[in-house]
Design a binder for this molecule. Structure first.
Ligand code: GLA
Length: 393
């Protein structure tokens, strides 16, 4: 197991919730392979909550629900492996999972062994129904150790929703990724708030332990388990995916890959965005602009041509390997507006005699060499993302 880059894959929860089955997992794995996701690096297939019966067996082991998983987990895991994927499952540090199924509190070592016996390569470990008198950090440390004690390499995906500042300690207890926020929903406010809440924590995310901002909702368009509102636009999904890529967060798909909209599939497989996410240096971006979006429309309320939306503009600048950079402009405001980037904020003043050649990550367009500053008018809830290289002027 090599977790030196942000893990990538698919998880059942966002779209399917409790509606999971052997058939769904096999169909998903096949679709991921046939439609090119596996080749792009999405190699974990993860079954989330609600997979088990409500009672353990006589030996105290978890039992897959035979109505959903009639072949049991080992046969399914073998099929997933045969298709070229790694197999992920779910449990919880509390006394019951969030869905009310048996969970691993005081069963850590037997459950870890059960997962290892089933050929599990990834364990998502949730935090519902956790006893108040118990110690969360210690219980995550315990499951981390229980997984290691099996002798099977298993990626430990801790999911305590940001409790006790996990960016401070999850790496030290052996977790490979940790959920840093509450659950994502398929709407713009939910996912943009999640990303903005984590901007200052990504300096502590990196090889072997990544800040996990939750599964993506790209392509759900308002349908499925975490879709509570109206459908997002493709531009909003571009913003979601660009945020996850710029920050270097794990990319766990949450949509139905069997019927993914073409534009969303192209987005999730965009080579330039994936190159940014998977850059081997795993550096966090610098927020070179965090402030108002300027709207150039005349606003009769204020009698002004410049209306401000505080904290709605964000420009991220990221150092990549091999002399490359990534730049992304985000507009969280309800209107289109201009987002600035003064190159001196990234350490590149006018007197350097050096500019940045911008290539649009979404369209591939070469915008030529920019010098000193480069502002963009960005549509409401949209983004512009570029790869950039230094060039003498
Ligand atoms: C919690 C987690 C979700 C999902 C559900 C399952 O809410 O944060 O990602 O796993 O539990 O019940």
């Amino acid at each position: 197991m090599n977790v030196s880059l942000p893990p990538m894959g698919w998880n059942s929860w966002n779209t399917f919730g409790g509606n999971i089955s052997d058939q769904l997992i096999v169909e998903t794995a096949r679709a991921m392979k046939e439609q090119g996701y596996l080749d792009k690096g999405y190699n974990y297939i993860v079954i989330d909550d609600t997979w088990s019966l409500h009672e353990r067996d006589e030996e105290g082991r978890l039992v897959p629900d035979p109505a959903k998983f009639p072949r049991g987990m080992k046969a399914l895991s073998d099929d997933v492996h045969a298709l070229g994927f790694r197999f992920g499952m779910y449990s919880c540090a509390g006394v019951q999972t969030c869905g009310g199924y048996p969970s691993s509190f005081d069963h850590e070592f037997v459950d870890a062994q059960t997962f290892a016996d089933w050929g599990v390569d990834y364990l998502k470990y949730d935090f519902c129904n956790f006893p108040r008198s118990a110690n969360g950090k210690n219980r995550y440390a315990m499951m981390s150790m229980a997984l290691k004690a099996t002798g099977r390499p298993i990626l430990f995906a801790a999911c305590n929703w940001g409790s006790d500042e996990p960016w401070q300690w999850m790496k030290s207890i052996g977790a490979h990724m940790y959920r840093s926020t509450g659950d994502i929903q398929d709407n713009f406010k939910s996912f943009s708030d999640i990303a903005r809440s984590q901007l200052d924590h990504f300096s502590m995310s990196g090889p072997y332990c990544f800040n996990d901002m939750d599964m993506l909702t790209v392509g759900m368009f308002g349908k499925g388990n975490v879709a509570l509102g109206k459908a997002c636009t493709v531009a909003e999904y571009e913003t979601q995916f660009a945020l996850w890529c710029m920050l270097g967060a794990p990319l766990m798909l949450g949509g139905d890959v069997r019927s993914m909209d073409d534009a969303c599939r192209a987005l999730l497989q965009n080579d330039k965005l994936l190159r940014i996410n998977q850059d081997r240096e795993c550096r966090p971006p610098m927020p070179v602009y965090r402030g108002r979006v300027l709207n150039t429309e005349y606003d009769p309320e204020t009698g002004s041509w410049w209306r401000e939306y505080p904290d709605s503009g964000l420009t991220l600048f990221r150092h990549l390997s091999d002399g490359e950079f990534a730049v992304a402009y985000f507009n969280f405001a309800p209107k289109s507006g201009e987002i600035p980037f003064i190159f001196a904020d990234a350490g590149l003043p006018y007197m350097s005699g050096v500019g940045l050649r911008f290539t649009d990550a979404l369209t591939g367009e070469d915008l030529g060499v920019q010098r000193d500053y480069c502002n963009f008018t960005v549509e409401s809830h949209g983004c512009r993302v570029f790869l950039a290289r230094l060039e003498k002027i």
